[in-house]
Design a binder for this molecule. Structure first.
Ligand code: NAD
Length: 479
């Protein structure tokens, strides 16, 4: 059994309370690791270490180009250990090994390389002013960043915050999700080995209401960056409001995925399958509301349902597995409750809807498709965060757009059509941070990602994220 400690000021330490918690392997329900549990005092020590490293010492003095080179070195070390990290992450959260190895790890390291390259490209500007004045702006790091992350892609979503924060010269305290602290702790060992100075990265595994709240309400944290559920986002914003700390929130979604009569059906079926069942449906951008136009409805659904039935659910360490377990028993039970609600409210359960015991003792669920769903039903309104699809028919473009936008969320949306004008019209009409046309769930380090409405605010990835980790200072000089 592996034991992990907190990582504070470059040292591996026990929690001051001596407390630990168990991290389970969702494929077996057995204990994967025992981890030190950070409390408020530990978070305070981590923030102090991050402050010290930000104000003085090698990190504070490092030239941006040197910071970039150091981050490139870490990226190279991560490539060397990518297979090990993929396996650790699969044991931690149940993602199929093919998805951690070939999607999550490469995407995560690519993000670090992207921001390593931007470290020495932070620019202020010189402003037009009278001859006797010099007026310019500086872009400075915000200071100590608090990062609170979820369990669905622990390493990748941590890197979305860690890489731009470090590239711009900040220091950071990371609070992993209590379900999945292990891969983040393993990754930090690699940063440490390559030579990231003490205190620049601190990791405080623990629970939301204790360690998470301590971080988001801490007086000496300059910014909170959060990915997780909309409800927790509200709590974090409240906690941060006590000292008016800026926050960026990447929250939940209920993304529409719209298939028009003129779409290439085979591509739309395959893309929509990926859109809902990738990562066991535990993706914030998942296309959970599938709108299918009347003219192709039967043909499309025949093919979709056959494919969904053939998904191989099982041991996530097996290369042939297409869907692993849900992350926890709590998530599994939440999904089961939503399935019952769907049936009660009159939706037609076509396939799935139950725990998959054949796949093993872990928290496996069968790919689930509901037809005859209306946009008013709970399963079409609330985020389930599991492999449960709600299929809704629509008549025409106007009907599709109205239904698609009739949601509290605004993270992603997809559409499938071969009509170029329609694609552009729909793209303008959809209220979401990302629109996928004839594809779904694409990611690129250069492409900004984030939500509108109750899916949050702020954009991660891309050059835009550099703004989230820098402050603009305006300087006037009287000549
Ligand atoms: P969650 O909100 O339950 O937990 C996320 C993190 O917040 C965890 O580290 C948790 O310990 C912490 N937390 C919980 N309560 C807290 C509190 N009171 N104060 C401070 N921190 C607290 O979310 P989850 O179940 O881990 O993740 C799933 C959710 O994340 C889904 O809603 C999903 O849509 C969302 N998500 C969004 C994105 C995005 O980019 N928009 C990406 C991935 C996941």
């Amino acid at each position: 059994m592996k034991h992990y400690k907190l990582f504070i000021d470059g040292k591996w330490v026990d929690a001051l309370s001596g407390k630990t918690f168990e991290s389970l392997n969702p494929a077996t329900g057995e204990v994967n690791a025992v981890v030190a549990e950070a409390g408020r005092e530990d978070v305070d020590l981590a923030v102090k270490a991050a402050r010290k490293a930000f104000e003085s010492g090698p990190w504070a003095d490092m030239a941006p180009g040197d910071r970039g080179r150091l981050l490139y070195k870490v990226a190279q070390a991560l490539w060397d250990k990518a297979d090990m990290l993929a396996e650790v992450e699969t044991r931690d959260n149940g993602l199929p090994i093919n998805e951690t190895k070939f999607i999550a790890m490469p995407a995560m390291i690519d993000v670090l390389e992207f921001y390593a390259g931007l470290a020495n490209k932070v620019q202020g500007s010189t402003l037009a002013s009278p001859n006797n004045r010099f007026n310019y702006t500086l872009k400075e790091p915000v200071g100590v960043v608090g990062a609170i992350v979820p369990w669905n892609f622990p390493l990748m979503l941590t890197m979305w915050k860690l890489a731009p924060a470090l590239a711009t010269g900040n220091t950071i305290v990371i609070k992993p999700a209590e379900q999945t602290p292990v891969s983040i702790l393993e990754m930090v060992k690699i940063f440490q080995k390559v030579g990231i100075p003490d205190g620049v990265i601190n990791v405080v595994p623990g629970f939301g209401r204790t360690a998470g709240d301590a971080l988001s309400s801490h007086q000496d944290v300059d910014k909170i960056t959060f990915t997780g559920s909309t409800n927790t986002g509200r709590l974090i914003m409240q906690a941060a409001s006590k000292n008016l700390k800026p926050v960026s929130l990447e929250l939940g979604g209920k993304s529409p995925n719209i298939v028009f009569d003129d779409a290439n059906i085979e591509n739309a079926v395959n893309g929509s399958m990926f859109g809902i069942f990738f990562a066991q449906g535990q993706v914030c951008a998942s296309g959970t509301r599938l709108f299918v136009q009347e003219g192709i409805y039967d043909k499309f659904m025949d093919s979709f349902v056959k494919k969904a039935q053939s998904i191989r659910v099982g041991n996530p360490l097996d290369q042939t597995t297409q869907m692993g377990p849900q992350v926890s028993l709590q998530q599994l039970e939440k999904i089961q409750q939503y399935v019952s609600l769907g049936i009660e409210e009159g939706a037609n359960l076509v396939i799935g809807g139950e725990r998959n015991k054949d796949a093993g003792n872990g928290y496996f669920f069968t790919p689930t498709v509901f037809e005859d769903v209306t946009n008013e039903m709970t399963i079409a309104r609330e985020e389930i965060f599991g492999p449960v699809l709600s299929v809704i028919r629509f008549k025409d473009e106007e009907d599709a757009l109205r239904k698609a936008n009739d949601t509290l969320y605004g993270l992603a949306s997809g559409l499938w059509t071969n009509d170029l004008k329609r694609a552009h019209r729909m793209t303008r009409g959809l209220k979401a941070g990302t629109v996928y046309v004839n594809t779904f769930s694409m990611l690129d380090s250069a492409a900004p990602f984030g939500g509108r409405k109750q899916s949050g605010f702020g954009r991660e990835l891309g050059i835009q994220a550099m703004d989230m980790y820098t402050e603009t200072k305006n300087v006037w000089i009287d000549l």
